[in-house]
Design a protein around this ligand. Sequence first.
Ligand code: ADP
Ligand code: MG
Length: 240
Amino acid sequence: MTTALSVKDLCKTYSGGFQALKGISFDVQPGDFMAMLGPNGAGKSTTIGIITSLVNKTSGSVSIYGCDVDVDFFAAKMHIGVVPQEFNFNQFEKVGDIVRTQAGYYGLDKRTAAERAEKYLKLLDLWEKRDESARMLSGGMKRRLMIARALVHEPKLLILDEPTAGVDIELRRSMWGFLEQLNASGTTIILTTHYLEEAEHLCRTIAIIDQGQIIHQGSMKKFLAGLDKETFILDLERDI
Ligand code: ADP
Ligand code: MG
């Protein structure tokens, strides 16, 4: 079976000389739901930025369902959807237009784009808001809008960067239900989070990143069995 995501020896030095990634390697298997945990500044968003070609890497390689992002950029892009940590849509654009426009970027024709936008806006409970300007939405709705936008081309791999940060517990749980269903229907998911309970609830595997390096990767069950939770949570809340 083709690996869903293969990351090899990623290094990133930002202009200014700061080395954010010091050789990150990990594989994600199809159908997995993987948590990427690590304290603030560990390098999670940088890793995701490189996987999704939004950040230039210094060295290393990324392959998505067998497509090297440097060689087969468009095919790799079709396999992946991303929900970034920061809101990155035009706040003055209408909700429906944001999702339809994104479908256009993936080469979907107008009719399919409109159908997919309707399908995913309904799934994320935003259909009623389609003619409203995105700035009118609550924080949770904006996050859901980015999920609808990330799914419009029906990618095999969905990556979410701290999708529940600052979202209240009730909304967080409803988002969990949605992601569980999506994973059950076959979508591979990677989620970065600060909340261990969230990773524990949702994910089957875990990768822990600290100071630009993977310090642990494996099954969630085994990880939890050998864990001193209190110390670990304190460590996660540490800012570098
Ligand atoms: P995380 O998502 O785990 O909180 P990031 O990947 O955002 O961590 O950041 C990793 C490190 O790289 C941090 O020390 C951060 O300050 C630094 N960094 C992130 N983006 C930039 C940038 N554009 N220029 C310089 N340094 C950056
Ligand atoms: Mg981040």
